[in-house]
Ligand binder design. Sequence first.
Ligand SMILES: O=C(O)CCC(=O)C(=O)O
Ligand SMILES: [Fe+2]
Length: 370
Amino acid sequence: MAPSFENIGNELFNFVVREGNGVKGMVDSGITTVPDQYIQSPQERIVKQGIDPSYPPSLVSPIDLSELEGPNHDQVVELLGQSAETLGFFQVINHGVQVELLEQLKDAAHRFFNQPPERKAFVYLKGASPSPFVKYGTSFVPEAEKALEWKDYISMTYSGDEDALNFWPEECKEVALEYLKSSTKMVKRILEVLLRRLGVTVDHTETEAYIGTRMVNMNLVSKSELTVGVGRHSDMGILTVLLQDGIGGLYVKVEDDRLGRKKGEWVEIPPTPGALVVNVGDTLEILSNGRYKSAEHRVWTTNAESRVSIPVFVFPLPTKKIKPLPQVVEKDGVAHYGEFLFEEYMKNFFGKGHEGKKSLDFVKITMSPS
Ligand SMILES: O=C(O)CCC(=O)C(=O)O
Ligand SMILES: [Fe+2]
């Protein structure tokens, strides 16, 4: 049977979850063995191979977004488009998020996680938090995962500046809010050029509904081997912006022959000072009728150091109806995904453990052989 918090043992459950110690607390307490529930099967773990010098340059070289506004506009759009079509991941610089803010964010994340556990549990734990928009937790969906993730997180959903400054944690609220706002601007611009590249223009109200929900998370993956920081998954939204620290360990699955890599191979997105990682989410894959790929990715753990990462997830309003964009379907002659309300998608996504790109099966139209 799949292990879960139900059979994790009350003592451990109380310590990790109820008392807010998280995985970090377990590691800080000096445990010498990883509890069974966290041990991943060997195929789920990652052995770090280091960066291959023959790496396709587009995977490593960040794309300069400021060039979107200059004479190289078309080339930059092509770079973004091809990255979104092939790997589903790219890195960007001159992204409009202040470089000093990136350092401040990483410090703020450590400050948050370094607080005494009782404070994190008392103020932010699911159920205890004074706002439904702030949640401190551990693993992804502990009740549903096959093996638990070696990760603690705080999740802050944007519901207005005032709410953010009132409810988000003191240690990180200002920087997190600024990061979320400038990342959203960038996402809007990238989305616009990616859609225009497909011959689609979306009006302002429609765009706002596609990017109407924004959430900033801070993840802490503690030290260990045998475990996984973040299990194999794709993101559910439009685009995700991600700040990772210098530890590395974010791996993406290759699905496209054009990258000069074998299908199914995992490549690392190397930490690049000043750059942000951007990746396509399920919703953009659906809107583009499968042209842009929401890539499967995961994060390793290492014995050397703990790792922080700070994603901004941009996804539709819950009430937004989602289906492949009609202009794209017209060109393709067939829709590859059905229509749904975004809240249904979210319910499905958060109702299960991470399992690769399975989240998309929920809406995929599979052709029956005739
Ligand atoms: O920590 C990372 O590098 C990636 C995190 C991630 O994939 C997620 O939170 O969805
Ligand atoms: Fe992700």
